[in-house]
Design a protein around this ligand. Structure first.
Ligand code: TA6
Length: 282
C-alpha cells in the first residue's frame, strides 16, 4: 500500500495468523487493511494521504458527529480527521479472536466546532473470517446532544460487473445523483454500474456484497445502524478526486444512523456495530 508506513507509531496491527490480519491507523482510527486468508478485503486508494491532516481515502473511516455536509466543520464531521488513542492494544481473546480498542474524547479543536463533551470508543475484533467494528458514543456532557454517525466502509472488488448488493428491495433511498430524489428500490440485486450515491433508510440487518475480492462475497451485518449508504463516484467524479485511484475496484457499503439524528442524554451511551464476514464463492 503506497504511502502507508506499517512501522509508523500511528499504525496498529492485529495479527491473528500469518495470513489474517487487520491494520488500523490512529488517524481517524481508520481500518486501512483487512487481510483474510491472504486476501485483502478492504479498498485503500494508492493515492491516499497519510499526513494526519486529511481523511484517509479508503478503509473504514468513522463518520461522527455528522454524516454529509456540516455547518460546523468538515464534511462527515471530525472523527475521521482526528488522532485517536489506542486504549487497549491488540489482545488475543479467549474465544480465539484478536481485539483492540481506540478512543477519542472532545478537545479544544472539536469544542470550537461543536461545543459538547463526548467520548468515542471503537472496538475492532478480528476472527478467522470476520471483522467486527463497534462504535460507542458516550455523552460526557451535562446536556443532551444529537448526532448522526456511519462507518464509511470501502470494500475491494474484483470486477464491478459482477458486484451486487442484496436485500435492499422495497427500501426507499435518497438518490444523491438526482438531487436526493426519494426512490423505491425494486431490484433484488443492486448493481454497481454507474455513479451511485444512495442513502437507504431502515434497511434489514444483513446485506451481502457479491463479487468482492477473489470473487467471494462479504456478508455485512449491522446492529443499531438502521440505514445503509451505497457509493461509487464512477469515472467522472473519481477523476476530480486527487486522492482516489481505482474506482473500478471499490464499492462503499456504509452502515449508518443517518436518516434521523440520534438524541443522546447526558451520561448516556449509544453503540452500533458492523460485522463483515467473507463468504467464499457461494
Ligand atoms: O458516503 C457517500 C458520500 O457522502 C458521498 O456523497 C461522497 O461525498 C462520499 O461520501 C465521500 O465523501 P468524502 O468527504 O470522503 O470525499
Amino acid at each position: 500500500m503506497s504511502g502507508l508506513d506499517i512501522g509508523s507509531p500511528d499504525v496498529v496491527v492485529l495479527e491473528l495468523k500469518s495470513d489474517t490480519r487487520c491494520i488500523v491507523h490512529l488517524f481517524g482510527a481508520t481500518v486501512v487493511s483487512w487481510i483474510r486468508k491472504g486476501e485483502e478485503c478492504i479498498f485503500l486508494s494508492s493515492k491516499a494521504k497519510f499526513d494526519n491532516k486529511s481523511a484517509i481515502r479508503g478503509g473504514i473511516p468513522i463518520v461522527f458527529p455528522c454524516f454529509g455536509p456540516w455547518a460546523h466543520g468538515p464534511q462527515h464531521g471530525f472523527a475521521r480527521n482526528s488522532l485517536w488513542t489506542l486504549t487497549t492494544p491488540p489482545t488475543k481473546c479467549e474465544d480465539g479472536t484478536m481485539s483492540a480498542t481506540f478512543s477519542l474524547a472532545d478537545n479544544e479543536i472539536t469544542r470550537q466546532m461543536w461545543d459538547y463533551k463526548f467520548k468515542l470508543h471503537y472496538n475492532v475484533v478480528l476472527s478467522d473470517d470476520s471483522l467486527k467494528t463497534s462504535l460507542t458514543v458516550e455523552n460526557t456532557d451535562s446536556r443532551p446532544f444529537t448526532f448522526t454517525c456511519l462507518l464509511h466502509t470501502y470494500l475491494r472488488t474484483q470486477d464491478l460487473s459482477n458486484t451486487f448488493i442484496t436485500n435492499l428491495k422495497g427500501c426507499t433511498y435518497a438518490d444523491k445523483t438526482k438531487d436526493g430524489t426519494l426512490t423505491l428500490e425494486d431490484r433484488d440485486l443492486v448493481p454497481i454500474d454507474r455513479f451511485i450515491d444512495y442513502t437507504y433508510a431502515n434497511t434489514g440487518e444483513k446485506h451481502t456484497v457479491k463479487g468482492v475480492t477473489n470473487n467471494a462475497s462479504i456478508l455485512l451485518k449491522k446492529e443499531n445502524f438502521p440505514d445503509l449508504v451505497v457509493w461509487n463516484p464512477w469515472k467522472e467524479k473519481a477523476s476530480q478526486m486527487s486522492d482516489l485511484s481505482g474506482y473500478e475496484n471499490m464499492v462503499c457499503v456504509e452502515p449508518g444512523y443517518v436518516n434521523n439524528a440520534y438524541m443522546i442524554g447526558a451520561s448516556e451511551k449509544f453503540t452500533a456495530t458492523q460485522i463483515l464476514t467473507v463468504v467464499p464463492n457461494a
